[in-house]
Design a binder for this molecule. Structure first.
Ligand SMILES: CC(C)(COP(=O)(O)OP(=O)(O)OC[C@H]1O[C@@H](n2cnc3c(N)ncnc32)[C@H](O)[C@@H]1OP(=O)(O)O)[C@@H](O)C(=O)NCCC(=O)NCCS
Length: 182
């Protein structure tokens, strides 16, 4: 079962079958994909959406579709995912986000990420949530920093699924569950 979350301006909701077209349109924008592994065609988008929906069934959490109620039924995707490769910080759950270009610069990613983190730390009781990106993705890193996540350069790593790629080098940001005392 997929739950929905509300913020002041946003609804984080389950996937609908007709979200694929909006997801594909967002994924066709080079600005959105600048630091992401490209989706060459609709089939690749379909596979990603199928994976995102399957993740909910397998783990009971995942990435939500973000909408602005009464204004836009799909502005992007934000949520939690089990890191699906081996690295020095795995097993781990990451928070990830991608918004259509028209919705950057409004604080929407940070607003949605706050409730997603709260869900991960509260309902799911996760001890830590990480976020990863390439060093040059400064917009995404600024979201991580606004959320209070911290980076140790010693945690930087080469993404094992992207060998020989300009996207291979990654930075890692971590956030501990503030509700769990160590
Ligand atoms: C990464 C991404 C989600 C960041 O989006 P964003 O809109 O810059 O981030 P936020 O939602 O936190 O918005 C913050 C910006 O909105 C501005 N803003 C405007 N109104 C605001 C409001 N009411 N509240 C908060 N911030 C507001 C802030 O000043 C800030 O701008 P700045 O970074 O230029 O200073 C977006 O760039 C994206 O989807 N990129 C492509 C996909 C991608 O790379 N994903 C990450 C993979 S790791």
């Amino acid at each position: 079962m997929t739950i929905s979350l509300r913020t002041e301006r946003l609804l984080l909701r389950p996937w609908h079958d007709d979200d694929l077209a909006a997801f594909a349109a967002m994924s066709a924008d080079p600005a959105v994909m600048e630091f992401l592994w490209p989706f060459p065609d609709l089939e690749a988008c379909q596979a990603w959406v199928a994976w995102a929906r399957r993740h909910w069934d397998q783990h009971g959490f995942g990435q939500w579709v973000v909408e602005i109620p009464g204004e836009a039924s799909f502005i992007g995707v934000i949520g939690l995912a089990v890191v699906d490769y081996d690295a020095h910080f795995t097993p781990a759950v990451e928070i990830a986000w991608r918004l259509a270009r028209a919705y950057w610069g409004h604080g929407y990613a940070t607003e949605a990420a706050h409730v997603a983190l709260d869900y991960g730390f509260g309902e799911l009781g996760l001890a830590e949530i990480v976020a990863v990106t390439v060093p040059a993705n400064l917009r995404s890193r600024r979201v991580m920093e606004r959320l209070g996540m911290s980076r140790d350069p010693a945690d930087d790593y080469d993404h094992p699924a992207l060998p020989e790629s300009p996207l291979q080098r990654h930075v890692l940001y971590r956030l501990r569950n503030p509700r769990i005392r160590r």
